[in-house]
Design a protein around this ligand. Structure first.
Ligand SMILES: C[S@@+](CC[C@H](N)C(=O)[O-])C[C@H]1O[C@@H](n2cnc3c(N)ncnc32)[C@H](O)[C@@H]1O
Length: 216
């Protein structure tokens, strides 16, 4: 189903694509999967999560993103993955409007660094799309940043934030995440306070990490 806000005014344009170190707790969410399992990393960027998941877990990670430069960067960084397991498959798609039904269902899916900028109905719709492409029994992991605070600095560009990006308080974010996961029977929630993203974003937030399982 296409999401009816396009191009979205909540997503910032022309931001530098550097998002710091991946969150180990997020990677840990996939540890029960066997090597060779297939993971879909939605809006996965240049592979901040896809690469360590492929390298360390030996997973076949499909990296879905709208940005071809990020996908090329990830593919080139993945050239070292020549072992029996562990691969990155770039998928150039727009999660808001493109159909995913041509993809084989996945053992697990991840969406980090993305949906918490969008209005609630868009967040729910993306989540449903992700669930629809995950196998029964598969894992769905979402990172949802709340209470976001940006430090204003001389080198900050106004382009670093979307015009109408949505700010969720921790309570609002938790309520939304819990309610969207209810459709698959609920989520295990972990929160990380005071997550910092330094230059150029200077962003502090409380990140909700949610993990649920599609009913078998
Ligand atoms: C802040 S980055 C996060 C990347 C990655 N998930 C991570 O945590 O490192 C957000 C990503 O969303 C991608 N993106 C934005 N709009 C998209 C869309 N409509 N469909 C797919 N990807 C999109 C951007 O290109 C960017 O790579």
């Amino acid at each position: 189903m296409a999401i009816d806000i396009h191009p979205p005014n909540w997503y910032p344009q022309n931001v530098p694509h550097e998002y710091g170190q991946p969150n180990e707790a997020t990677i840990e969410c996939f540890s029960e999967l066997l090597p060779g399992s297939r993971i879909l990393d939605v809006a996965g960027g240049y592979g901040r999560y896809a690469l360590p998941l492929a390298k360390r877990g030996g997973y076949d990670v499909s990296l879905l993103d709208i940005d071809t430069n990020d996908l090329e960067r990830a593919s080139s960084d993945a050239a070292c993955l020549a072992g029996e397991f562990g691969a990155i498959t770039p998928i150039h798609k727009d999660i808001l409007k493109d159909d995913l039904s041509d993809l084989e269902p996945f053992d697990a899916a991840l969406c980090a660094g993305f949906i918490y900028l969008a209005p609630e109905e868009v967040v729910r719709s993306i989540f449903q799309k992700i669930v629809s492409i995950t196998k029964p029994g598969g894992i769905v992991v979402v990172e949802f940043a709340t209470d976001r605070i940006r430090r204003i600095t001389n080198d900050e560009s106004t382009l670093l934030a979307g015009d109408d990006e949505v700010q969720y308080t921790y309570e609002q974010g938790l309520k939304l995440v819990e309610s969207m996961y209810r459709v698959i029977g609920g989520a295990e929630i972990r929160s990380r306070r005071r997550v910092r993203l330094n230059r150029p974003y200077y962003l502090r937030s409380t990140v909700i990490l949610a993990k649920g399982q599609v009913p078998g």
